[in-house]
Design a protein around this ligand. Structure first.
Ligand code: HEM
Length: 491
């Protein structure tokens, strides 16, 4: 029994060695140092930093000290961390077929079930094609679809009094409404305030536990509290309610004339199973809701701390969008400074800051090996590679000595996007690139313009401490949010 196993192990090591030699691979010499057995001190240090809510700032020190590529030993297993654009391009694009999601599927399965975010290989390809069709349809949508929700947001803010207001929870409510409207065919808010709160509280809780499970990687099964199971069940019940409603409406009245339920009905036509449709909807909800809320929140957070940029954006909006006109895609396309502001925010706070892929076959990373750190590195099947877009976006070798500063002008007619290439990846790239990129940018632009038009005095309240970007307290779940919200004065 043991002999064939040893034989096969020896054979695959030999084959791996030959593959490495053929591609000029050299071992990675830069390593994350550790002192305790199984590198448990590394885990402890990360754990100790958690209460300060500055984990990403803490990890920056590793990259600053060691460089963009490092070998990590955890529990006796070899893994790698990288912020090197060449390696990120290889994982996400040129060697895409060699990588899978690893333990992500198990970590997210209780909430997301069988959907685009938990799948690899053929099932993922099928989901991707199915959902891509929905997003192509949406791409030409009139941004007026956001009107009702932005009006609710603005009415809420207008009623919030003259004191300091935290915009962040309002923005989360706004993107919950827009995303559920997009996928369910109606916003959860239409269920009434109490039911909306039940849905959103359970969704928030289930997402936050899912984020912890993701970080536990192969040990995600250790953490599945009863409350988490209940919260996942509540989210699924709500999503199922919308699926049944769409199917019943179609049965009774035929295909709906305004296409409100198109997302659900198209998915059902293909999947033919309400539970599978439900799962895909929850997958899109998790992908689209918090990411866009955080983009909007960080944008305003940064603008009120940089009054010159805020003033310039206000002037641009006033020049391009007459307040009496409907805001259109054409207006938004003309606001080139807004694009620079959004790019800069996405650079400093990419919404999926750190990610992981696991090699599904023996492959390589094109950079990081040997004494110069530029040779390819052999990656054996089953090896995990963490890649941090957050830290890559702050590399001075890519963005210059002011890489840690908010400077939207860096994107202005400088060809920077072309120059950095894979060094700017807020939506990733390659076959798994974000499907909601256009929707997110349109929604965020629309919302920010309307907020700035309605509140021309929006500013940072006096007495709020301005921390250097990246040094503020952050709430790290699946996305990265400001732990102190986005506090402003509106009037
Ligand atoms: C600022 C907002 C957003 C950012 C920064 C963002 C970023 C990303 C990133 C980095 C991925 C790749 C994840 C991975 O492969 O591990 C992704 C995937 C995805 N995003 Fe977004 N996203 C945003 C908004 C949205 C919105 C609004 C939607 C939908 C309404 C959406 C739908 C998706 C979907 C369906 C995927 C899965 C693609 C696949 O696996 O093939 N995203 N997003």
């Amino acid at each position: 029994m043991l002999l064939p196993l040893l034989f096969s192990l020896a054979y695959s090591r030999k084959a791996d060695g030959a593959y490495g030699e053929q591609h000029g691979c050299l071992p990675m010499e830069t390593k994350l140092p550790y002192k305790w057995p199984f590198a448990l001190d590394i885990l402890k240090r990360q754990y100790d930093v958690l209460p300060s809510q500055r984990l990403l700032a803490f990890q920056s020190r590793y990259f600053d000290r060691i460089g963009p590529n490092m070998k990590v030993m955890l529990f006796g297993q070899v893994g790698y961390m990288t912020t090197d654009p060449k390696n990120i391009e290889s994982i996400l694009s040129t060697h895409f077929e060699d990588w899978g999601l690893g333990s992500r599927r198990g970590g997210l399965f209780p909430l997301l079930g069988e959907g685009i975010f938990t799948q690899d290989g053929r099932p993922w390809k099928h989901s991707r094609e199915l959902l891509r069709r929905q997003f192509v349809r949406i791409q030409y949508q009139n941004p007026k679809v956001f009107d009702q929700h932005i009006n609710e947001l603005i009415n809420g803010l207008s009623a919030s009094g003259d004191g300091v207001v935290d915009l962040q929870p309002y923005l989360f409510r706004f993107t919950l409404a827009t995303t559920t409207d997009l996928i369910f065919g109606e916003p959860v808010g239409r269920l009434g305030d109490d039911l909306q709160d039940t849905f959103s509280d359970n969704f928030d809780y289930a997402s936050s536990i899912s984020a912890i499970r993701l970080r536990l990687a192969d040990f995600h099964w250790l953490y599945k509290p009863r409350k988490f199971k209940d919260a996942c069940a509540v989210v699924k019940t709500y999503a199922s309610h919308f699926v049944s409603q769409a199917l019943e409406t179609e049965k009774r009245h035929g295909p709906d004339s305004n296409g409100g339920h198109a997302f659900i009905l198209d998915l059902y036509k293909d999947l033919n199973n309400p539970a599978l449709v439900r799962d895909q909807l929850v997958n899109v909800l998790i992908a689209g809701r918090d990411t866009t809320a955080c983009l909007m929140s960080w944008t305003i957070y940064l603008l009120v701390r940089h009054p010159a940029a805020l003033e310039r954006l206000r002037r641009d909006i006033a020049a391009v969008v007459p307040e009496t006109d409907d805001l259109t895609r054409a207006h938004i396309a003309k606001l080139s400074y807004l694009k620079c502001v959004l790019n800069e925010t996405l650079r400093l706070y990419p919404q999926l800051p750190v990610n992981i892929r696991v090699a599904t076959k023996t492959t390589l990373l094109p950079s990081g090996g040997g004494p110069s750190g530029t040779s390819p590195v052999l990656i054996r099947r089953g090896t995990g590679v963490g890649y941090s877009v957050y830290h890559m976006h702050r590399m001075t070798s890519l963005y210059g000595s002011d890489a840690h500063e908010f400077n939207p002008e860096r994107w202005e007619n400088t060809g920077l996007e072309k120059k950095v290439g894979w060094g700017f990846m807020p939506f990733h790239g390659g076959p798994r690139i974000c499907l909601g990129k256009d929707f997110a940018l349109m929604e965020a632009s629309y919302g920010i313009i309307k907020i700035l038009q309605t509140f021309p005095n929006l500013r940072l309240p006096p007495g709020i401490q301005k921390e250097a970007t990246g040094q503020e307290r952050q709430n790290l779940t699946i996305v990265v949010a400001s732990a102190d919200g986005c506090k402003v004065l509106l009037r």
